[in-house]
Design a protein around this ligand. Sequence first.
Ligand SMILES: [Ca+2]
Length: 358
Amino acid sequence: SSLLQSKSLKFLAPLALICGTLICITFISLLVKNISRVMKTKWMNIFLLKEICRALLLNMPEVQKKLVRDMMDDQQSSLDYLSNQVNELMNKIVLLNTVILRKHLDPLPYKAVQSHGLDCTHVKDTVGSVSKTPSGLYIIHPEGSNYPFEVLCDMDFRGGGWTVVQKRADGIVQFQRTWSEYLDGFGDLTGEFWLGLRKIFDIVNQKATHFSLYVDLESENDKHAYASYDGFWIEDEACSFKIHLGHYSGNAGDAFRGYRREDNQNSMPFSTFDVDNDGCRPMCTIKGQPVKSCSNFSDNTGWWFNKCGLANLNGVHRYTGRFLATGIHWDTWTMNKKPVKIKSVSMKIRRTNYPYFH
Ligand SMILES: [Ca+2]
């Protein structure tokens, strides 16, 4: 029996070994399987993460781009707004500077003096016979006028004796005015002004007087040109202050008469946006545009328009040192076949019998 026992043991031992090995292999294989499953999920996760990252990376620039674009747009518009504000402020500073400069420069020569006359030529003749008459403000009382009024006399230019009827320099004074304002005059005699049609009428319609007109123009680049008329008078209010001009001389061209018959403003009545005498009845075609009112077409300024013509010295002054699209026109004054951009103007009148004339 002990032999049998040892035989069976001999037989059982390898069997147990095989069984144990098998179990072991199964266990290990199960373990590996498990590990690999875990690895697989991990890898899957990594893959997914990678995919998500890639998707994010792909999407991120788009999102960012949009964000950045929006931010830049915001920045740009606020920059534009700020630079506009700066420009506006700069323009205001320029205007204020000119006001201050004028206040500093003017007090002496522009004090109204006591002496009077019928007009600046008469003032010059009477006051100036003793000592030099300075340029500045004088009170005149033309024949036929019901009241005396203040005028600016230019006593220096070409022998003096000039009554200044209109002046443009800095754009401070608005020339978009009603008929009644053009009638009585507006602005500042020490700066920009329109003397007024009634006063001009009273000066040029005195007995035994003839007046000439001198138009002094200055371009944006400080060039000067002039147009001189050896005769100048206007009709009364009932005739809407029709203008009458004598012979032209000068180097700026005769913009009052223009080149074509329809440009001729000579003997035209005055027009404003509220009183229309401009010869466009019912309509004119200006640069291919239908125009009912030349005053409207010229930013509501007043002038002796004729369909509408080449001259408008009362046009809107847009010279701010930066943007030049001036509405002041004397379109016969040209450079490179284009009308010269006008920065400042004055219109002055003087008796023609003045000895120093010409
Ligand atoms: Ca009209």
